[in-house]
Design a protein around this ligand. Structure first.
Ligand code: ADP
Length: 902
């Protein structure tokens, strides 16, 4: 009740003056009084709440009339205050302002309590009529209504406020909960529009390992790990500065230089204009997740490196690189074990992020540990990975001075083992303290054997390759030896055969003639074997090349026929050849090699045919433009070849029937050589044979039409007749036979010749005289041709042309000569025509207008078994000088047997 009254008083008290004033004006007007008053009761005291017409209303503040109205609780009127006992002595009645009239009605609250009064006062006597009284009463009720409305409003307001407060409280609680949750789960940071940090929560501090004060006011850059390139941050900046939320993963760097990964949302806070004024980053630390990802990734990557067929060094390097990159280590080393010496030595130093220190690298690379010594030696001994978090706090025996001196802290090592044997140790260093990670250690325990198996496989591969290379080398040197030997033997063999032929033409008794013939036959056989071996080894070493010269193919067939008709006749075989007339006369081919092939095939046919016939032919199959497809075929009615042996006959040294071959002889090389030569010419040797009936060997070649050039048949004698020059040539040669030969050939060609019997004398002569050209032997004792040439070129600084003479025609020989400073190269026994041409071209002598008079034979020194028996070569060399020929023959008799023994 009391409280209620208070509330009403309060309401009435706080009612806006404007509303009360209009009521007071109405009351004064209705009652026609100058004064109207509203009082409110607080306790027992009336306060004038509002009034009109009073100038000093305080005076009537405690006017008993208000109590009267209040207490009567109904309309009360004092028409003449001087006559009213309660008012007659009131100062406002007795004195100024001399009130005489009072009337008033109580003001009630909605629940019927009286809370104040509405009174009118006048200085004159009067009396209100009923209407006035009723209207005054209505006005009082209006006030009640107003108060009531007010009260209701107030209640509503209160309720509203309460509601709002509750809401606010709830929101605050919720917000607090959200904040708690956010703080628990996420790092939060707020940065201003320029990226300077304004706020960070604890979690943010925890993952960055900074304290709040160290971060506030700093640029966000403080966390930049440099892992992402500039465009990454540019893109992010573009998104957030345009007001959008950015989401992504970032690798940051903490206070101590360790990297950590965050999954981050950056939310821009926008001002009224929609421009960001700050950015809030809400982030989760995903370092662990990333590490797992990276570990899985690393495992997959390392396994893929191992499966790629990389050489060991680069595979190890890639492994180190991946481990450094994916697991954030700064430096990687690979220590290789040497189980014989019981040592570990570094074979790889890989640097990832660490600033390069050459001195450290060099120090590491020269450190060698024994088993059990140093960290890597310990890993070797224990065969287990080791993780050291902080090297300086480890015992000094671990011998990690280099690392410690260079501020490296953590180290991870794991062995690379195969079959429980450690092949090497991988070691990684970090300049930060990295906490031991069991999962990584487990991973490396697993990878250790994988990498080991890879290394073992690789080492086996390398050994295999080396073995293959060695085998090839030894094969090559065998071929080289064969080639050299056959070449060396061939020269004197040619002479043996030739001189035996000469011998048999002298007067001999029957026995002597038979012996001489036997020597000749044996010599010829030997020569043919040697030629085969030489060809074969040349083919093997790739030294053979096919000449492409205009040739008369019909002549080739005729030569073969002429050469072999005697043996065919001896066996009473029908022997014939056919040459298709449609084949052009001149075709581009290697006629010597074609000759060789046909001699082998036709020779075999005769050899393996006892009765019947041997025939061979060349047939034009087709012509297209300039190219003619020609089939060459050799057909016999001989013993044929067993089916199961057919493949074997093309293999080198293969003779398909040893028993038969005892009878027939041979090397088993002919077919292999022929087959290879045909293939080099672009054809394919085919065979058709039936045992007991005969065989056919055939091949097809595509040959182009050519025009035979007029052979260059000029001699220097011709040249001599047309010019005054007589170039001076120095022959440096130690072999007397060759000296004679060369001197004679060159003199015959019209050159002025001088001789030096070894390199030393050659140099002496070159110092004292002037020459136009040197013909230099290569194989000389003490100072050989190469060395002599080097001295001529490098010390004497002479540019005189030098032609090398050698018995070798091996691959690379010419290049060796040229590298030593020689200008050209000719093989012995030399072809006069070739030697002449070479000299002429080196002396740059213009002989274009000289007509040829004297034809020089083109000598074939590789297929000479059909030319050597006659003495044309000797005659050509001597140009018919009998004295010279005799001299040469006697020299030959003395020297060749010695050379053969050698
Ligand atoms: P060889 O020097 O032994 O003749 P080849 O390589 O020329 O070596 O021939 C290899 C082997 O092939 C011969 O030993 C022989 O057994 C067989 N052969 C070659 N040609 C014929 C042929 N026309 N008839 C029968 N057998 C042949």
């Amino acid at each position: 009740m009391r409280l209620e009254a208070l509330i009403y008083f309060d309401i009435l008290d706080k009612m806006p003056e404007k509303e009360l004033q209009s009521i007071l004006i109405s009351a004064a007007k209705i009652c026609q009084t100058p004064i109207a008053i509203i009082t409110a009761v607080e306790g027992n005291v009336h306060h004038i709440k509002s009034q009109i017409g009073l100038s000093v209303y305080d005076i009537i503040n405690d006017n008993p009339f208000f109590d009267k109205v209040f207490n009567s609780n109904t309309f009360t009127e004092i028409q003449n205050a001087s006559l009213d006992a309660s008012m007659a002595n009131n100062p406002t009645v007795i004195g100024y302002p001399n009130f005489h009239y009072f009337a008033g009605v109580p003001i009630h609250s909605a629940d019927g309590n009286t809370i104040g009064t509405l009174c009118v006062v006048d200085q004159n006597h009067k009396q209100l009529n009923e209407v006035q009284i009723e209207l005054l009463d209505n006005l009082s009720k209006n006030i009640t209504n107003l108060i009531n409305l007010r009260k209701q409003n107030k209640n509503l307001q209160n309720e509203l406020n309460q509601l709002l407060n509750e809401r606010i409280n709830q929101t605050e609680i919720d917000l607090e909960a959200y904040k708690f949750a956010l703080d628990q789960s996420s790092g939060v940071a707020i940065a201003d529009r320029d990226g300077f940090i304004k706020f960070v929560n604890d979690k943010f501090c925890k993952s960055s390992r900074y304290i709040k004060e160290e971060l506030l006011g700093q640029s966000y850059n403080i966390l930049n790990s440099k892992h992402h390139d500039k465009s990454f941050f540019q893109d992010m900046w573009e998104v957030i500065s345009s007001g959008d939320i950015w989401h992504g993963e970032i690798m940051n760097k903490d206070k101590f230089g360790n990297y950590f990964w965050i999954d981050c949302n950056i939310i821009p806070f926008l001002d009224r204009k929609g421009k960001p004024y700050q950015y809030m980053a809400i982030q989760q630390d995903i370092t662990e997740k990333k590490a797992t990802e990276e570990r899985n990734n690393l495992e997959a990557r390392l396994i893929s490196i191992l499966s790629e067929n990389e050489p060991i060094d680069s595979a190890i390097r890639h492994i180190a690189e991946q481990i450094c990159f994916k697991l954030q280590w700064d430096i990687g080393l690979y220590w290789k074990t040497n189980s014989q010496e019981n040592t570990l030595s570094p074979t790889l130093y890989y640097q990832f992020t660490y600033p390069h220190k050459e001195s450290m690298r060099l120090e590491f690379l020269k450190t060698i540990f024994k088993k059990g010594e140093g960290l890597s030696g310990l890993v070797w001994e224990r065969k287990k990975p080791i993780w050291i978090e902080d090297l300086p706090s480890e015992p000094p025996y671990l011998n990690q001075n280099i690392a410690i001196d260079n501020n490296l802290h953590s180290s991870l090592l794991f062995p690379i083992s195969f079959n429980n044997e450690v092949l090497g140790v991988m070691q990684f260093f970090s300049s930060n303290i990295k906490k031991e990670d069991k999962r990584i250690l487990n991973l490396f325990e697993f990878l250790s054997t994988q990498i080991g198996a890879f290394l073992e496989r690789k080492i086996a591969e390398i050994e295999l390759l080396q073995a293959k290379k060695d085998a090839e080398e030894s094969l090559k040197s065998k071929d080289q030896f064969l080639a050299n030997m056959s070449h060396e033997i061939r020269t004197p063999m040619n002479a043996i055969v030739g001189f035996t032929e000469l011998l048999s033409q002298t007067k001999l008794d029957e026995n002597q003639l038979e012996y001489a013939n036997s020597v000749k036959v044996a010599g010829e056989n030997l020569l043919s074997i040697i030629n085969d071996i030489l060809d074969f080894s040349k083919i093997e070493s790739g030294a053979i090349s096919i000449d492409q010269t205009p040739s008369d193919v019909s002549q080739v067939l005729k030569n073969v026929y002429d050469l072999l008709k005697v043996s065919a006749r001896q066996k009473e075989l029908e022997f014939s050849y056919e040459f298709d007339k449609n084949i052009p006369q001149t075709l581009i081919c290697d006629d010597l090699r074609l000759n060789q092939i046909l001699i082998n095939l036709v020779g075999n046919a005769i050899k393996f045919t006892e009765t019947g016939s041997v025939r061979f032919y060349a047939k034009l199959l087709s012509t297209e433009g300039n190219t003619h497809q020609i089939e060459f075929s050799v057909v016999d009615t001989g013993i044929g070849i067993q089916n199961d042996k057919k493949q074997k006959i093309f293999e080198r040294f293969s003779q398909v029937n040893n028993d038969i071959n005892r009878k027939y002889e041979g090397t088993g090389l002919g077919l292999s050589i022929s087959k290879n030569l045909i293939e080099l010419m672009g054809g394919n040797l085919e065979m058709n044979s039936e045992e007991g009936k005969g065989s056919e060997f055939s091949f097809t070649l595509n040959l182009e039409t050519g025009f035979k050039e007029k052979a260059d048949t000029r001699s220097f004698s011709d040249l001599k007749n047309h010019t005054d020059i007589q170039p001076k040539i120095l022959i440096i040669e130690d072999n007397q036979l060759n000296q004679k030969l060369a001197r004679n050939v060159l003199s015959n060609l019209g050159f002025n010749v001088d001789l030096a019997v070894n390199g030393q004398i050659g140099l002496e002569k070159l110092r004292q005289n002037s020459y136009d050209l040197v013909l230099m032997d290569l194989q000389m004792p003490e100072l050989d041709g190469y060395e002599t040439t080097r001295i001529i070129r490098n010390r004497m600084k002479l540019s005189i042309p030098i032609i090398a003479m050698t018995a070798h025609s091996m691959i690379g020989e010419k290049e060796k000569c040229l590298a030593a400073g020689m200008n050209d190269f000719i093989s012995k026994p030399f072809n006069t025509h070739e030697l002449f041409n070479k000299i002429v071209s080196l002396l740059s002598i213009n002989i274009v207008d000289i007509e040829s008079k004297n034809e020089l034979d083109t000598m074939d020194h590789t297929h000479s078994n059909d030319v050597l028996p006659n003495m044309s070569y000797l005659h050509e060399l001597s140009e018919g000088n009998q004295v010279f020929e005799n001299e040469l023959i006697s020299l030959f008799r003395i020297l060749v047997p010695k050379e053969l023994i050698l």
